[in-house]
Write a protein that binds this ligand. Structure first.
Ligand code: ADP
Length: 464
């Protein structure tokens, strides 16, 4: 028998296999959820939702509250699993699990408060605004924050009274499964159901009889989901990619700006939707800023994500590495200069890379990279900086560094992004939503306004 024939005869595994991107070894496997089983799972979720939806917001929060201590007790193990599944440095992965556990109770309280009844009255009518369940929610999550993303999607959906089918990324199934297992120790059966698979299972969920789709992932997949959800007018919350700019004004604290640029471009190997991918620096301070940035980049340690002191791990998989290297190589061929990195390393590693002499004709300045690459372009005026920062279909986060806060604030106000930080990253104070503008978001989540997106607003009125 020829080799080709024996390969074709081999049984096809339907398991979803999770691979460690740093070592290439298998971390574990779970059976894929059969596509034909998904409508039945959704039907069961509707049945479970009836009882769950009949509780009050506060009662549902109380059911979930003890899960915080379980999550805390297992944070180390969850962090290790996340690090092995997607290559995040161990300390960051454990930090992510702890962040979810430590904020769990406050998050529940915030959701309950956000969904409380509100009263509106005029001279004639008293109305009560209720936040009722939508029904069944499909939560489809990515791999880059494999604990936080399921957490932020599932918790408000559940407290709002929906039942949830959680379809985590095929890269990080095991850790999401553990997160769901912990919550399921406390939830009634059928209220939270994990679904295992890739885009095919995700799509089947979107097409099934679900009422709300909460998705975090790429812009392209977000558009496909919106198309599939359209005929049924299903509610969607899409948190999509970005191409975040950092504008460094002439009077900026250059040490702080360079430290931020390095941290925010290379954290999680750049696999963060609000990574700094484009840096616009005033031409008068370009040289000094770049010197500082290169020095700080050279101090980074890349390698085994479980090794002490390593702060940059691998790309999640070979496909992502090929995409990032393709953009870097094309930019170099088009005239970009390499100030750090620029080369592929063994396995799935890409060296932290700084490219200068870039422009917007290059794909790397227009399309999301999702890798450890910072591209630096000089500008002559604040107006030019704003024009360049806005020359993108994306609009997730942005940052502006400058000592004159009026001037930095004026630039920040003109940048078309959902979240803009002045002398800091784009994340807002506690209670602020996570929100994208333009093609970076469609609906939003987090904070009281975000939590309300998981509920159906109903107005019940009577004459006084
Ligand atoms: P990436 O491939 O970089 O992980 P995606 O946006 O494709 O980014 O994936 C994010 C999530 O969306 C994953 O859980 C993935 O399995 C899921 N997914 C991919 N394609 C679809 C689709 N057409 N419909 C629903 N979910 C999808």
């Amino acid at each position: 028998m020829s080799t080709a024939a024996s390969a074709a005869d081999a049984p096809v595994s339907t398991d979803l296999i999770s691979m460690d991107p740093a070592t290439g070894q298998e971390v574990g496997r779970v059976p894929r959820t059969p596509i034909e089983a998904i409508p039945k799972l959704v039907f069961a979720a509707h049945q479970a939702q009836r009882g769950w939806g009949a509780l009050t917001h506060a009662q549902r929060a109380e059911v979930l509250r003890p899960a915080a201590a379980r999550l805390k007790a297992e944070a180390r193990r969850l962090g290790e699993l996340a690090s092995r599944e997607m290559g995040k440095p161990l300390a960051e992965a454990v930090g992510e699990a702890n962040y979810c556990a430590d904020g769990f109770a406050a998050e529940l309280d915030e959701i309950v408060a956000a969904l409380a009844d509100a009263v509106r009255e005029d001279k004639r009518v008293t109305s009560i605004l209720r936040h009722a369940p939508l029904g069944v929610c499909a939560a489809i999550t990515p791999w880059n924050f494999p604990i936080l993303m399921p957490h932020q999607s599932v918790l408000p959906a559940l407290v709002a009274g929906n039942s949830v089918l959680l379809k985590p990324s095929e890269e990080t199934t095991l850790v999401a499964c553990e997160y769901a297992r912990i919550l399921n120790e406390f939830l009634p059966p059928g209220v939270l159901t994990p679904v295992f698979g890739d885009g095919a299972q995700g799509r089947a969920l979107v097409l099934a009889d679900v009422n709300l789709i909460v998705f975090t992932g790429s812009r392209e997949t977000g558009k496909r989901i919106l198309g599939d959800a359209g005929p049924g007018l299903k509610r969607v919350i899409l948190e999509l990619g970005g191409k975040d700019p950092l504008v460094v004004l002439e009077d900026a604290d250059l040490d702080a700006a360079a430290a931020f640029a390095v941290r925010n471009s290379f954290r999680n190997a750049g696999q963060v939707c609000v990574s700094t991918e484009r840096i616009y620096v005033d031409a008068r301070i370009r040289g000094e800023f770049l010197r500082k940035m290169v020095e700080k980049t050279q101090a980074l340690r890349q390698g085994d994500p479980r090794a002490e002191g390593v702060n940059v791990g691998p790309m999640v998989n070979a496909r992502q590495k090929a995409k990032v290297m393709g953009q870097i190589d094309a930019a170099i061929a088009a005239g970009a200069s390499v100030l750090a990195g620029g080369e592929s390393r063994e396995g799935n590693f890409v060296a932290p890379t700084i490219l200068a002499d870039v422009d917007h004709r290059m794909e790397i300045m227009r399309e999301e990279t999702f890798g450890p690459v910072a591209c630096v372009q000089a500008f002559q005026s604040d107006d030019e900086a704003v024009r360049l920062a806005n020359d993108t279909p994306f609009g997730l986060g942005a940052a502006v560094f400058g000592r004159d806060l009026d001037r930095a604030g004026a630039v920040a106000a003109r940048i078309e992004a959902g979240m803009v930080g002045i002398n800091q990253g784009c994340g807002g104070a506690d209670g602020c939503p996570w929100v994208g503008a333009k093609e970076s978001g469609y609906g939003f989540h987090t904070g009281p306004e975000g939590h309300r997106q998981f509920a159906q607003v109903r107005v019940i009125s009577r004459v006084k």
